[in-house]
Design a protein around this ligand. Sequence first.
Ligand SMILES: [Zn+2]
Length: 85
Amino acid sequence: MAHNDTIARFTRGPERESDGLPESITLQGETFPTPDLETIGAWVTGFFGWSYAQRLEAVDGCELFEADATCCHGAPSWLRALELI
Ligand SMILES: [Zn+2]
């Protein structure tokens, strides 16, 4: 199958108190809990030019090689889903 750039529809859960990020993202009927701030921070750091300390992930858990990419199932990266980039 060709690479799919279409982002699947997703919704953000309520804000979590610890950091104001959505506590989860719901994608195609499945809810995925937002990773902890340390993980997200490492992704953001990587996006701004330092090396990636963390494996980049799409919301559905697929590995990504670019922070603003979409996996083959149409799931956005966490950074995109959380509107951090
Ligand atoms: Zn996927």
